[in-house]
Design a protein around this ligand. Structure first.
Ligand code: UDP
Length: 235
């Protein structure tokens, strides 16, 4: 028996870079596709939100001379490029997918329609949500939390390069230890940064559990959905 029926996997854009400095590494995409397939093969429904930080981040108004909102839209488009790359990677190994975009671009993606997304999931298709929330001043973490709640996902899985949440930054503080589990409230009082506040608050207010885990460790995603204690559970 596995633990979850429907999960939302949030991946950062930067994770797609692998060892590159920019863009994406096809090896990483293939690896992620295999990890995701291992989970859908169990009959678990998977929705995906991918960031865009490997291509563009909207926030550096001073550096770029581009107005924040304008840059944010550019960042949202970056997430669609990443979504298309992941889509190709998933389909290459036989998965069925749909890309839904929060910004209309009908030639390449369906518009985001909640009920349609749910139907795709029920049919075993991997649904990739592109263009974040469709609004500037938000992040893809917020898009992940929002979509996860909307589609009634059991959990949001935040795949990162670290294996969980620590009491302090393990690179700076050698005494830092990893939490297996931590409450939302404790994250707030101890100022543990898991997601930005908008994304975090959405999860907390809607009792959506978050699991932070190392997506680059082969087999982790599958073990996690099978109920193994991987990463840190926040609830
Ligand atoms: N973005 C946005 N609204 C959203 C999601 C994303 O404006 O709902 C923009 C924002 O500029 C952000 C960029 O898209 O910097 C890329 O997303 P994010 O930084 O969350 O990607 P990640 O850090 O996960 O790679």
């Amino acid at each position: 028996m596995h633990k979850y029926k429907r999960v939302l996997l949030k991946l950062s854009g930067e994770s797609l870079m692998g060892n590159k400095n920019f863009g994406m590494d096809s090896e990483v995409i293939s690896q992620y596709a295999r990890e995701i397939k291992a989970v859908t093969d169990l009959g678990i429904e998977v929705a995906l939100v991918i960031g865009g930080g490997n291509i563009y981040r909207g926030m550096n108004e001073v550096e770029t001379g581009i107005e924040r909102a304008h840059g944010d839209y550019m960042g949202m488009l970056a997430t669609v490029i990443n979504g298309m790359a992941l889509q190709a990677g998933l389909e290459k190994i036989g998965l069925f997918t749909r890309l839904q975009s929060a910004i209309k671009m009908e030639q390449i993606a369906e518009p985001y329609i909640r009920r349609r997304a749910i139907r795709h999931l029920e049919k075993g298709r991997v649904v990739i949500f592109g263009a974040g929330t469709g609004n500037p001043y938000f992040t893809t973490d917020t898009a992940g939390s929002l979509r996860a709640i909307e589609i009634n996902a059991d959990v949001i899985l935040k795949g990162t390069r670290v294996d969980g949440v620590y009491t302090a930054d393990p690179e700076k503080d050698p005494t830092a230890t990893k939490y297996d589990e931590v409450t939302y409230q404790e994250c707030l009082t101890k100022n543990l940064r898991i997601m930005d506040m908008t994304a975090f608050t959405l999860c907390m207010e809607n009792n959506l559990p978050i699991i932070v885990f190392d997506m680059n460790q082969e087999g982790n995603l599958k073990k996690l959905v099978e109920g193994e204690k991987i990463g840190t559970l926040i609830r």
